[in-house]
Structures are given as C-alpha cells and as structure tokens.
Design a protein around this ligand. Structure first.
Ligand SMILES: [Zn+2]
Length: 255
C-alpha cells in the first residue's frame, strides 16, 4: 500500500491548495475502494463539477474530498456557507471524505462522512472575507464533523492502516438505515443517537436519556415536549436496529 502523494502531479500548479487537490484526488483514485459498494476504484471527476470530486462508476456514489495537513481533528474547511446549507437538504449532496497528510505528503488518515449525517448544526459559518480580499464579503464554512455521532465517521485509513473493504461496506450499509431526507427529523435522530453514544454502558434506561433533556432543549428551543421526542427517536433507533428494548423503559445498544 502506497501512502505517498505523487508530487510530480503538482508541478503544473502554482497555488498550494490546487497542488493538494490534484495530489489528494489522484491518491484516492488510485488507492481507495468505493465504501458504498466495494468497487475497487472510484474515479476523479472533471474540475468543473461544482461540489463532487470523485464518483464510483459501479454504483454512482459521489464524493467530495477535503484534505488537511496534520491531525484530522474535528473540523475541515469547506466551500460557501449558503451553498452548504442548501446542499444538506438535497439528495444529490455527496458523501464527504476527509483526508489528513503529513508535511512530507504522506497520507495518514481517511474518514468518510455519509451525506445523511449532515445537519445544520455541524455547518459552522466563518467570518466574511475582509473588504481587501479578492472575494470581499464571501462567507465560507467549516464542517464540524467532530459533532457527528461516531457511526457517521467511518474510518477507512487510520495511521496508515487501510481497513478491510468488506467491513467498511457492511458498516456503510448499517448506518444507511439512519438515512432520512427530512432535515428536522434527521437533526433529532442524530442528537438522540449522540446522547445514546455518550452513555458508557451497553444497557441504559429512559431515566439516563432524560438526563439529556436540558441539553436537547437548548438545541430545539421550539419543542415543548422533549421527553416525548426522545421516546419517539428511541423507537426509530430500535426499528432501524441500533438498539433494542429489553424491558419497559430499558434499552440495549446493538451496534
Ligand atoms: Zn460504488
């Protein structure tokens, strides 16, 4: 497995971001399988595609690729804030790869964030560009993927170790059950799943879940019955196979 960027590709480019873009896209194209269907290659798309960078010719899955130097961390810079808000509501939103590389152009980590984990609260508005900038007033965004439930951050490469494609495809299929196109429902589901994740034990109770009421109220200020909403989302998580009900008010994590 080759984890080095092909630096010869960067020779014809002047800006650093363009250099990184061509080297990282080429690396993914040559080394990474499609996490949706397991096809052994995903292809680089033309640069004139507005958001997608790579596409699987087998299943049609589209991907955006963002790269950062150093630790993969919790967030990555993406494009225009307003475009991103529109995108998260659209079914044509690509899945997001986040790749990290070293000073010496070695890939260290690659994670995939499926599109159906994107909610408004993870899109962070950046400060408008200064009046002196070429694109004065333009507002970009960060994707704060650290706030996404762990199920939505699928590790493909960790510390230069590539995970088994079959394992990744299975994991993707599992989390795909969480897909919902209604953005408000999606927000609730992700928030309640994050609460479940933050409980240390496999078995938990409704009482444990109610300890998150205040936290959830701050995120959903217009909802007057947070407890009912929690119970409803737990039922959805049960129907989708993420938890089971063991007794009245008692649950067990399955995945
Ligand atoms: Zn595919």
């Amino acid at each position: 497995m080759n984890f080095s960027f092909d630096t010869s590709l960067a020779e014809n480019y002047r800006s650093n971001s363009q250099k990184i873009r061509v080297m990282s896209e080429s690396w993914v194209e040559n080394n990474v399988f499609c996490p949706i269907c397991g096809n052994n290659q995903i292809s680089n798309l033309d640069n004139n595609m507005p958001v997608a960078d790579l596409r699987c010719d087998n299943c049609g899955g589209i991907y955006e690729l963002k790269s950062k130097k150093g630790e993969i961390g919790n967030k990555v810079i993406d494009g225009a804030y307003s475009t991103m808000l529109e995108r998260i509501n659209s079914s044509s939103n690509p899945d997001l790869f986040v790749l990290s590389y070293t000073e010496n152009y070695q890939v260290t980590d690659l994670i995939l964030i499926p599109k159906f984990f994107f909610v408004e609260s993870i899109i962070e508005r950046r400060k408008p560009l200064a009046p002196t900038a070429k694109r004065a007033g333009w507002i970009g965004c960060n994707i704060v993927f650290g706030d996404i439930p762990s199920q939505g951050r699928i590790k493909i490469v960790e510390n230069q170790k590539m995970y088994d494609p079959a394992e990744i495809v299975e994991r993707y299929a599992q989390v795909r059950k969480l897909q919902t196109d209604n953005i408000e429902n999606r927000g609730w589901l992700m928030d309640v799943l994050s609460c479940v994740n933050s409980i240390d034990t496999v078995d938990f109770s409704l009482k444990d879940m109610y300890s998150f009421v205040e936290k959830l109220r701050k995120k959903h200020i217009n909802n007057k019955n947070i407890e009912a909403k929690i119970r409803q989302q737990l039922q959805i998580l049960r129907d989708k196979g993420f938890i089971e009900f063991t007794a009245r008010g008692h649950y067990r994590k399955l995945l």
